[in-house]
Ligand binder design. Structure first.
Ligand SMILES: CC(C)(COP(=O)(O)OP(=O)(O)OC[C@H]1O[C@@H](n2cnc3c(N)ncnc32)[C@H](O)[C@@H]1OP(=O)(O)O)[C@@H](O)C(=O)NCCC(=O)NCCS
Length: 335
C-alpha cells in the first residue's frame, strides 16, 4: 500500500530504513510515552523491520508503514494498525521530535486510517494513549476518534492513566452521539439520588430494585460495608464539574465471594464499553481485597445483559438452584 497526501508519502518499510527508524525512535517523547518502540541500535531497528515487513498483508500482526516527506523524501516516522486480543485494532503513530508541530501525524493518520481499516476489513479502530500525552490525544480527536474512557487502565503491561477513544468508518457507526470523556470514580453515599434516578429510569434495573435494600439507608449501609468496590461513571465535558451519570455498579463481598448488583449504563452511553470498564474496575477492587471469584444474578429474559455478561467471561451455572428466604417482614419472599 502506498498513500500520497499533500505533504507526505506513506509507504511500506524496507530494510534499508533501519538507521532512520533507530534515530527517529530515540526522542524523549517516545521514551516517555511508548518505551516499547525505542530501538537503541540500528541493529534492533533492523530486526523489528524484518518482522514488520513479514507481516504485510497478514492481518494477524501489526501493519506498520513509514511516513516520508514528499519534499525531501525524509523518513520522519510511522503509522500503524495493531491487532489486539479479541479482534479489535488499535492505531499507532510516531513523528520524530524535530518534525512535530507541523500537523504531520494528523495528516498521515487521516489518510491511513480509512484505507488500512478497509484493507483489514474492520470498521472500528481504537485510539489509546497515556492521559498526559496531550499531543497524541489531540491527533486522535482531530482524526475523528470519539473519547471513550479516561482513567486507570493497562498500558503496555503497567497500570497507568490512559485515554481511550474509538473511530468508526464513516457511514457504519452504531450512532455514538456522545463526545464527552467518561471518568470513573468510587460511589459515595452522596451519590444516592443520581444513581437511584439512573436505575429508576431504566426498565431492566427498575425491576431489580427492592424498597428496603435499595432505600437511601440500605444503599448507605451497603457502601459502608463495601466502600472501595462500587463505581460510578460520569461524563466529563471539560467544564470542571461532573456531568451526567453514565453508569454505575455496586459490588461487594462477604469475605469469601464477590457479588455484583445493579450494573446500569444510561441508554445515551451504551455500547461505548462503559459497563465493561465498570466491571473491570470492580473486579480489580475485589482482587485487591483478596476475593478470588465473583458472581451476579441476571434475569433470564434480559438478553442484552446476558450477552454482555457472556462477553465479560461470566459463565452460566446450570448445576445450581438459586434459593433465598426473607428475613424481614417488609421484604417479600420469592421473586
Ligand atoms: C447491560 C448494560 C449494562 C451494558 O452496558 P454497555 O455500557 O452498553 O455495555 P458495553 O458497551 O460495555 O458492552 C460491552 C460488550 O458487551 C456486549 N453487549 C453489550 N450490550 C449488548 C446488547 N444490547 N446486545 C448484545 N451484546 C451486548 C457486546 O459484546 C459489547 O461489545 P461491543 O459493543 O463492542 O459489541 C446496559 O445495556 C444496561 O444498562 N442495561 C440495562 C440495565 C441492565 O440490564 N443491567 C444488567 C443487570 S444484570
Amino acid at each position: 500500500m502506498r498513500i500520497e497526501t499533500e505533504r507526505l508519502i506513506i509507504t511500506e518499510f524496507t530494510a534499508d530504513m533501519a538507521q532512520d527508524v533507530h534515530e527517529n525512535s530515540l526522542d524523549e517523547d517516545n521514551r516517555k510515552f511508548v518505551p516499547d518502540e525505542v530501538f537503541e541500535t540500528a541493529e534492533d531497528a533492523r530486526e523489528a523491520l524484518e518482522f514488520l515487513i513479514s507481516q504485510y498483508g497478514r492481518f494477524t500482526g501489526p501493519q506498520a508503514y513509514a511516513v516520508l516527506t514528499k519534499a525531501g523524501a525524509e523518513n520522519i516516522g510511522y503509522v500503524q494498525m495493531v491487532p489486539l486480543d479479541g479482534g479489535a485494532w488499535e492505531i499507532g503513530y510516531h513523528i520524530a521530535k524535530k518534525h512535530t508541530g507541523s500537523g504531520y501525524a494528523t495528516e498521515a493518520v487521516r489518510a491511513f486510517l480509512p484505507r488500512m481499516a478497509k484493507e483489514i476489513g474492520t470498521d472500528e479502530v481504537l485510539g489509546i494513549c497515556l492521559s498526559v500525552n496531550a499531543a497524541s490525544r489531540r491527533v486522535l480527536l482531530k482524526c475523528g476518534f470519539v473519547p471513550g474512557f479516561e482513567g486507570t487502565g493497562d498500558y503496555q503491561g503497567r497500570k497507568r492513566e490512559v485515554f481511550r477513544s474509538v473511530w468508526k468508518m464513516p457511514g457504519t457507526g452504531k450512532g455514538r452521539m456522545n463526545t464527552e470523556t467518561i471518568r470513573i470514580r468510587p460511589v459515595t453515599p452522596g451519590d444516592y439520588d443520581r444513581i437511584y434516578a439512573l436505575w429508576d429510569s431504566t426498565e431492566q434495573s427498575r425491576r431489580a430494585m427492592k424498597p428496603v435494600d435499595d432505600s437511601r439507608e440500605g444503599i448507605e449501609r451497603y457502601l459502608k460495608r463495601n466502600p472501595a468496590t462500587c463505581f460510578l461513571a460520569y461524563a466529563d465535558d471539560g467544564s470542571g464539574k461532573e456531568g451526567k451519570t453514565a453508569g454505575v455498579i455496586l459490588t461487594g463481598h462477604d469475605g469469601r465471594r464477590g457479588m455484583i448488583h445493579h450494573l446500569c449504563v444510561h441508554p445515551d452511553y451504551r455500547r461505548r464499553g462503559i459497563a465493561r470498564m465498570l466491571v473491570g474496575k470492580a473486579e480489580e477492587a475485589l482482587r485487591e481485597e483478596g476475593i478470588t471469584k465473583v458472581f451476579g444474578l441476571v434475569f433470564k429474559d434480559n438478553d442484552a445483559a446476558n450477552a454482555f455478561w457472556e462477553e465479560q467471561g461470566y459463565s452460566l451455572r446450570t448445576n445450581l438452584n438459586y434459593r433465598n428466604k426473607s428475613l424481614n417482614e417488609n421484604v417479600p419472599k420469592g421473586e
